[in-house]
Design a protein. Structure first.
Length: 103
């Protein structure tokens, strides 16, 4: 969660919201959404942002290893959950959604 929140904050302009939503579905799945108001993803295939060593950050962010989201994905999958990244449809920004299955 810390990595997702740090990413959302770093990609959002000052005084913009980062929202975390947690919900339980009728099927007893738990869904966590981290929503930012940044630029969103430039990639059409957002699954590649989870690849090891992948980074598409602007130069102003400095150097990054490209491991953060790959580690997040691996940890999520260790809990039999899934993660996906999308551009928000309702407004500018990105959405990171983790879905935990019914236990």
């Amino acid at each position: 969660m810390a990595n997702l929140l740090e990413n959302a904050i770093s990609f959002s302009d000052d005084n913009k919201n980062v929202t975390v939503k947690i919900a339980k579905t009728d099927e007893d799945k738990v869904i966590i959404n981290v929503l930012d108001q940044g630029e969103g993803f430039k990639e059409k295939d957002t699954s590649k942002i989870f690849r090891r060593f992948y980074s598409n950050r602007p130069d102003k962010f400095g150097e990054h290893s490209g491991l953060g989201l790959n580690i997040v994905k691996n940890l999520v999958e260790l809990h039999n959950a899934s993660i996906k990244a999308t551009n928000r449809k309702d407004q500018k920004g990105a959405s990171m959604e983790i879905i935990f299955p019914k236990v």
